[in-house]
Write a protein that binds this ligand. Sequence first.
Ligand code: SF4
Length: 602
Amino acid sequence: MLHGYGGYVLRVDLTTGGTKREKTDPAYVMRAIGGRGLNSWRLYDELKRDADPLSEENMLLIGVGPLTGTLLSTSAYTTISGKSPMTGILGDSAAGGFFGPELKQAGYDQIIITGRAEKPCYLFIADDFVEVRDASHLWGKDIWETTSAIRKECSDNAIQVAAIGPAGENLVRYATVACNNSRMFGRSGMGCLFGSKKLKAVAVRGKGRLSVSDPLGFMDLCRELDRRIMDHPEYERRKALGSTLLMKALHGIGILPTNHFQEGLAPYVDQVSGERLAEIYKVKNKACYNCNIHCSRYYITEDGESEGPEFETLCSYSSRIGNDDLRFALKMNAFLNRMGVDSLSSGETIGWAMECVQRGLLGRDDFEGLDFTWGNRETIEKLLHMIVYRQGIGDLFAEGTRHLARHYGKGTEEYAFHVKGLDMICGDPRGLKAFGLTYAIASRGADHLRAEPFFELTERYEESERRFGTRDAADRLSDNGKAVLVEYTERQALLTDCLTMCKNVGLSMDILDFEFAAGLLRTGTGLKFTEGKVNEALRGVIDAERRLNIDFGVDASQDTLPGRFTREPLREGPSKGNVVPIEKMVKEYYRLRGWDDDGVPK
Ligand code: SF4
């Protein structure tokens, strides 16, 4: 008997409406583990490489891990993958909440969706009962309305729903999927992929029980993980502020994106900080399944209520675009949550337009009269509505910054900050060299979550020497020792994705190591996972993702950063004078990864 895993893979062809259950193959999961690993191998093995991301041929995969839904803290996550409509390369995104555990309780490790429905539909799963249902009456509804409508028509408030909003329906390239209303599968356009298949939602109810192979051994390790979480020096702050604690932290070291990365200091940071949000607007904390941190914050303002925002959204809609009004940023967060729009990619289109106007490259005439001066709230609000419904220039903005800059030309490409088509996150790499390397090499484009090497901020030099063979890995401004750090944390990040744990725990708190994970997997599944086997599987997934991307047209020339970060030193603050010598770091990373000089796995 296969413990830990749900036991089945569900295949759904939306063109025919046909569904099929297959048994999960133990040999397959030994090399993929679960979650993102399972999805990436499936794409590698089955996706036609030249499939148009919006075509019937593209695959939409929903994967969970062997420990999802167990008593392991934060085992709450789900990964959605496919060929990204945003970038044309590997796309995936993970979110917490309660959807993944419910899918596991229904008996599934992965859903593989292909084809395209003729009219809007949603997939309904209740254990082994699976049905493709009409969703014409849901089309046009926002994510919150969709979730409650499905629960109401099924007369079951415990049904877990992953849904898209109008942005996904209208094929905004960076549309999101959300479960539990505000848990966003945010990056790389998985909501657009749902929309292209006319899939409004997946609704799941599972009444099965999960089993683990060695309950007592597994519980001991779960308790040990709880202890590591509760004893962590950042536990209380993460609980109070979530990732918004980074607003003041990044400002403090001069790398908080301000006016589209022109500065790393926002003089008004106290007005838009996580602390201020918690003090004025937060009404309660919320948590994902089996999490003892409950870092998410529910808030109410004069404009309404919503959940979040995470740091990336707060920064994208405050300092990055020159807005010093917290209440407005929260209003935009609520809108993006309901409509299903990625805050980072939409924020980058706005920042790009504002900088192009500041530099005189574009003006009101190029934007149907909209005034893109820094922080112009009226323009931002109006534009977001136009993007969601693809009205006027919103139709262009809905294609993403890379496309926008190519369309307008006139040197505006220089200010489109993306890697491989995915927009930059909010952390200026000039003062975070290992993060810079991560953005350059990440398999889904500019992305911190593929490695999140927070260790470089610790200044724990002796530990750095012991773990990475160099003191420089703990020095954020040094470009030495960063490839070895990223090679390690990239495996650690993938491990959390495969176990479908929260990265706040596995990665940011740095409390999940490979030996410990092997113990969890062994006691959880009964399969012969060892530290060596776990690392072999992780390296295999990283190589498979790279090969897949090479097949999609990625080459070494794209493993880089936008010119601002490699050529223009920061002008003020504690990171002043720094740029990222990315080429040297990438070469070293290739060598440590065992790839050739062109970044091809040997
Ligand atoms: S730390 Fe926050 S995001 Fe992570 S599982 Fe807990 S509540 Fe969810």
